[in-house]
Ligand binder design. Structure first.
Ligand SMILES: [Fe+2]
Ligand SMILES: [Fe+2]
Length: 471
């Protein structure tokens, strides 16, 4: 049952005076954050947005025009499916927790704060984009993602305030204080401090970084701590749209670029005002490699502890066809580890310590499927260029490959070779300036910027020329 108070919720907030007080004290601070660091434009305009109103799979959201500051951010837990037991790790078969066992408080706090920090961060990173929106449809999608990331912040703040007492209330304040890209108090994870300057960055971010979110949330949805599992499961329903925005938008750009190439006698996409596929590839290289860092170190005792104590599982942990062994006390994960010179040797890591790498591998497989679908756009245009994911070793700042240079095929490079060739692999300032030069705002319903195709369908069955933002 959803209650429609100031803060819509299905956590019985009206009967929980302490939590209600904490959340009501936090609410105005959140609104100040939203106004100062959220979308810089069109806060006073009516946007055609989806709002979560129920946790039932059928009809969990409704669509209507709202002004963003009036969006109903709420706290929703997916329902528990009967009595849950812990289904992996050392405590296999024990009853799952409605409260946090003291010995796991510190670890859970860390997991929740790290996840929570990414939610407001992405809103901050994307705050200026509306000024160059390629269409009203795209602008609406941006704002939808923004309000839902802010709701994810609410979901995590609920956990902090309800289960971590004073520490939790302090963490909730800190979440509004740190800021993406800030020198003094940056966001916790580096991808969430990278500037999102153009819509090409945004679409790559929504494809690769939101997809990391999907895998992290999926792993937390397996948690022995019921409220964390329930919150993250509901967040995943919203997350699916963010991934849709990323993937389908890049597909529209890629296909447009191929069309423009075919229109030019020398296949010069730039001359035709589009984004060259080589540049799109470099943006993929950047955002994908940065997002891989979010999984953490391939060989990690923290990851082993989280798994052992039932805090964080693998993606789809409950699928015993996929993972027949719920304990992972035996067996190893084979990882190619560079020595001091960067030459690769195989190392066998105890399975539990490799949980970050295992989660990352699920993510990589998913990204491979996305690349196939993007390349299908090129096939449909009968254009021979193909996009690809760079090697997992490429451009890494965290984990065993950090500190060495590899090209996108995964070949070791010397520092000199890297310096000479980096501009083949990653966006240069010139590339960024070029992409930026294409960004201009289009606000006539049904019209799209030159560098991107219209989508196949509108949102929620509405036509493409629907007025998604009422200017
Ligand atoms: Fe999110
Ligand atoms: Fe997201």
């Amino acid at each position: 049952m959803i209650s429609h108070e100031l803060i819509p919720n299905n956590v019985n907030l009206s009967r929980n005076r302490k939590l209600k007080k904490a959340l009501e004290a936090w609410h105005p601070k959140f609104m100040k954050w939203w106004n100062d660091k959220g979308p810089a434009y069109y806060q006073d305009k009516e946007i055609y947005l989806r709002t979560a109103v129920s946790v039932e799979p059928s009809g969990w959201a409704h669509f209507k025009y709202v002004k963003m500051p009036e969006y109903r951010w709420g706290i929703f837990l997916a329902p528990l499916e009967g009595e849950r037991t812990i289904h992996f790790g050392d405590r296999l078969g024990e009853k799952a927790w409605d409260f946090i066992p003291g010995e796991h408080r510190k670890d859970l706090r860390r997991l929740i704060v790290t996840q929570a920090d990414t939610e407001p961060a992405s809103v901050e990173q994307q705050r200026l984009l509306a000024a160059t929106a390629p269409s009203l449809y795209d602008m609406r999608n941006l704002f939808q993602v923004n309000v839902e990331e802010a709701r994810h912040l609410w979901a995590m703040v609920y956990l902090l305030q309800q289960f971590f007492g004073r520490d939790g209330r302090e963490e909730a304040e800190e979440l509004l204080y740190r800021c993406a890209g800030s020198q003094d108090s940056p966001r916790i994870l580096s991808t969430f401090n990278e500037p999102i300057e153009t819509w090409l960055d945004f679409f790559c971010f929504a494809t690769f970084t939101d997809r990391d979110g999907k895998y992290q949330l999926g792993a937390l949805a397996e948690s022995a701590f019921n409220p964390l599992s329930q919150s993250t499961r509901f967040m995943l329903t919203e997350e699916a749209h963010h991934l849709f925005v990323g993937e389908t938008s890049i597909a529209r750009v890629v296909r447009r670029s191929a069309q423009l190439a075919k229109e030019d006698p020398e296949e010069d996409i730039k001359r035709q005002g589009g984004i060259p596929l080589e540049i799109i590839q470099k943006y993929i290289n950047f955002w994908y490699s940065s997002s891989l860092d979010l999984f953490g170190s391939e060989n990690s005792s923290n990851a082993a502890n989280f798994f052992a104590s039932g805090l964080k599982g693998r993606f789809n942990e409950g699928n015993r066809k996929l993972y027949p062994d719920p304990k992972c006390l035996e067996g190893t994960y084979v990882l190619e580890v560079p020595d001091k010179e960067g030459n690769l040797r195989e190392e066998h890591i105890p399975l539990r310590k490799a949980m970050n790498a295992i989660l990352r591998d699920s993510y990589i497989q998913d990204c491979e499927r996305v690349m196939k679908r993007w390349n299908r756009q090129l096939e449909k245009e009968d254009y021979p260029f193909r996009l690809r994911l760079p090697s997992v070793r490429f451009n890494r700042k965290i984990g065993v490959y950090a500190g060495h240079h590899f090209d996108p095929e995964g070949n070791l490079l010397t520092a000199e070779q890297w310096e000479r060739r980096e501009e083949e692999f990653l966006p240069t300032q010139e590339d960024r300036d070029y992409v930026q030069s294409l960004m201009y705002q289009v606000i006539e319903p049904g019209k799209f910027a030159h560098w991107i195709l219209a989508p196949k369908k509108g949102i929620n069955g509405k036509p493409i020329d629907f007025e998604y933002v009422r200017m």
